[in-house]
Design a protein. Structure first.
Length: 183
């Protein structure tokens, strides 16, 4: 669960897996549940063939229909109870230690902590929490913390040294082999 590739393109997912991604998270912002299911089927099959964990972003119903291994829910996303009841692996986003603690208490299997640094991928993201924020979150939970936001091969080691179990990337998904080497 160390290297998460957050993707919306099947070729990028394949490249990320070949480079060492252990989790592929399908993120189709603005798509309906039906669109996520339709577009997600090839991702699910790829992950199954390559023995990689498949996670759907934001949409519990799509994740259940696709038989995904898990779902990642932001702080405002609905469906946590349904996902936990269904026995899905649930990732939750957190920007503070309190949010991370609450997510763990609610049944999250991992925390997506960040953004660590500013990122052009998500211009509406919260303010960066930096390595100190990552460290603070990592110190209050027992579940894995996955750093996200502005991460690339040049700074992945800093995230691990600050307490992250792994990293999640969008822009650097095609550089997964370089990320793996940086660990």
């Amino acid at each position: 669960m160390k290297l998460h590739a957050i993707v919306d393109d099947l070729d990028v997912a394949r490249t990320a897996i070949e480079g060492g991604a252990t989790v592929v998270q399908l993120r189709l912002k603005g798509a309906t549940t039906e669109e996520v299911i339709e577009r997600g089927t090839p991702f699910r099959l790829l992950c199954e063939q390559m023995n990689v964990t498949f996670v759907v972003n934001d949409d519990v119903q799509a994740a259940l229909t696709l038989l995904a291994d898990g779902v990642h829910l932001g702080r405002d996303d609905e469906g946590l109870d349904l996902a936990v009841e269904a026995g899905m692996m649930v990732g939750r986003s957190a920007t503070t230690p309190d949010e991370a603690s609450q997510a763990e208490e609610d049944g999250a299997a991992y925390i997506g902590a960040g953004p660590i640094w500013a990122t052009p991928t998500k211009p509406d993201a919260d303010s960066p929490i930096g390595l100190d924020g990552l460290r603070a979150i990592s110190e209050v939970v027992r579940i894995p913390v996955i750093a996200i936001g502005g991460i690339d091969p040049s700074n992945v080691r800093e995230c691990i040294d600050a307490g992250a179990f792994g990293v999640a990337v969008v822009r650097a998904a095609a550089q997964m082999a370089d990320l793996r080497e940086a660990l």
